[in-house]
Design a protein around this ligand. Structure first.
Ligand SMILES: Nc1ncnc2c1ncn2[C@@H]1O[C@H](COP(=O)(O)OP(=O)(O)OP(=O)(O)O)[C@@H](O)[C@H]1O
Ligand SMILES: [Mg+2]
Length: 308
C-alpha cells in the first residue's frame, strides 16, 4: 500500500470538485472503513456477471431555491441499454442526470421530490447510503477531469480510495488493466502508466475518466455531454467504447448531437422547458421511433434541427 500516493479527501476535492459531493472523510481511511472490501474479490463478482441494472425515475420534481426546473419527470432507463437525453439548453437534462446519482442534493438550495429506483430500490430511501448510490451510479462529465498531477495508474484507482475498497498490488494492477481496456485506452497508455493523467490528450483523458468510473464497478454510468469538448476522432472512439460498455453497465447520456444520439442510443427522451416553465419530457421511446416517427410535432422539429 505504501506505493500509493499520499493524498486525502481535501486534496481530491480541490482537484476534482465533483467529489466534494462525496461525503466521506471516514471512508477515505480504508483501514477504518466499515465496508472495506477486497477489490479482487469484488472484481471477480463483476467478471462472472453482475446482472444489468434498470434505473427508474418516478415523478421527479426539482427546484433551485424557489425556481422549479423539472416537473413530474418519469423515465425508465432500461437495463443494458443506452438512453439518450436530448433537448434545448436549460431544459434540465444535467439537473435530471445529477438527481439520478444524488449529486443534486449537494447544490445549496436545491430540493427535489420523487423517487429514483435502482432495480426497484429507491436510492433516496433513508436506509440507502449516499456513498453506495454514487458507487453504483457513476458519472462522467463534459470536461474531462482526471487528477492532472496524479499518474494514469493512480487516476484509475482514485475512486477506490473514496469508497473504501482495499486491494493488494496484483489486484490493483489487474483492475487498472481491465478498466483501461474497457475504456478503450489500455493500448495507448500501457507504457505510460506512471505518467501524469494531465499529460494525456483530451480524448484520452475522457477515457481515463471512464476507466476511473469503472473501477468501482458501477451498475449505471451517467455521461453528461462526454464528447462535446472532443474532436471527431476522439468522439468516435468514445462512442465505440460506449457500444462495448453497454454489455455490462446501463448508460444514460446527455447529448446535443442528434447524430450521436442516433448512433449510440437505444432509447431517447426529449426534454423541453417552455418559456418560464419547468422542464418536462415531451416524448420518449425507442430512438429509431423518436427520430423517424415522432408523435409530437415539437419532437419532430427538435430532432430535425428546427430549434434548440
Ligand atoms: N446550481 C444552480 N443553481 C441555480 N439554478 C441552476 C443551477 N444549475 C442549473 N440551474 C438552472 O436549472 C435549469 C436547468 O439547468 P440544466 O443545467 O439542468 O439544463 P441543461 O438541459 O443541462 O442545459 P445545457 O444543455 O445548457 O447543459 C436552468 O434554468 C438553469 O439555469
Ligand atoms: Mg447540461
Amino acid at each position: 500500500m505504501t506505493d500509493q500516493p499520499d493524498y486525502d479527501a481535501a486534496a481530491i476535492r480541490s482537484e476534482y470538485p465533483e467529489t466534494s459531493v462525496m461525503p466521506l472523510r471516514a471512508s477515505v481511511d480504508r483501514d477504518k472503513s466499515p465496508d472495506g472490501r477486497d477489490a479482487a474479490a469484488a472484481y471477480n463478482t463483476m467478471a462472472i456477471g453482475t446482472p444489468l441494472a434498470e434505473l427508474e425515475a418516478r415523478d421527479i420534481t426539482a427546484w433551485f431555491g424557489d425556481h422549479m426546473v423539472l416537473e413530474q419527470v418519469s423515465l425508465t432507463m432500461y437495463a443494458g441499454q443506452v438512453t439518450a437525453l436530448i433537448g434545448p439548453s436549460g431544459c434540465g437534462k444535467s439537473t435530471f442526470l445529477r438527481i439520478l446519482n444524488r449529486m443534486h442534493q449537494l447544490v445549496p438550495g436545491a430540493a427535489l421530490a420523487g423517487e429514483v429506483r435502482l432495480d426497484g430500490i429507491d436510492i433516496y430511501d433513508p436506509n440507502q447510503r449516499l456513498t453506495e448510490a454514487r458507487r453504483q451510479i457513476g458519472m462522467v462529465f463534459q470536461k474531462p477531469n482526471p487528477f492532472p498531477a496524479m499518474s494514469v495508474y493512480d487516476n484509475v484507482l482514485a475512486g477506490l480510495k473514496l469508497t473504501g475498497v482495499k486491494a493488494g498490488r496484483d489486484a490493483r494492477d489487474h483492475l487498472v488493466q481491465e478498466c483501461l481496456t474497457k475504456a478503450g485506452l489500455w493500448r495507448e497508455v500501457r507504457d505510460r502508466l506512471r505518467q501524469p493523467g494531465g499529460a494525456l490528450s483530451g480524448g484520452q483523458q475522457q477515457r481515463l475518466c471512464i476507466a476511473r468510473s469503472l473501477a468501482v464497478q458501477p451498475r449505471v454510468l451517467l455521461m453528461d455531454e462526454p464528447c462535446s469538448a472532443l474532436d471527431p476522432t476522439s468522439t468516435r472512439v468514445i462512442e465505440e467504447t460506449i457500444a462495448e460498455l453497454i454489455k455490462e453497465v446501463t448508460i444514460v447520456i446527455v447529448t446535443h448531437n442528434m447524430q450521436q444520439a442516433q448512433r449510440v442510443s437505444n432509447q431517447c427522451a426529449f426534454f423541453l422547458a417552455e418559456q418560464g416553465t419547468p422542464g418536462y419530457i415531451v416524448e420518449h421511446g425507442p430512438t429509431e421511433a423518436m427520430f423517424n416517427s415522432p408523435q409530437d410535432p415539437r419532437t419532430a422539429d427538435y430532432v430535425k434541427g428546427r430549434f434548440g
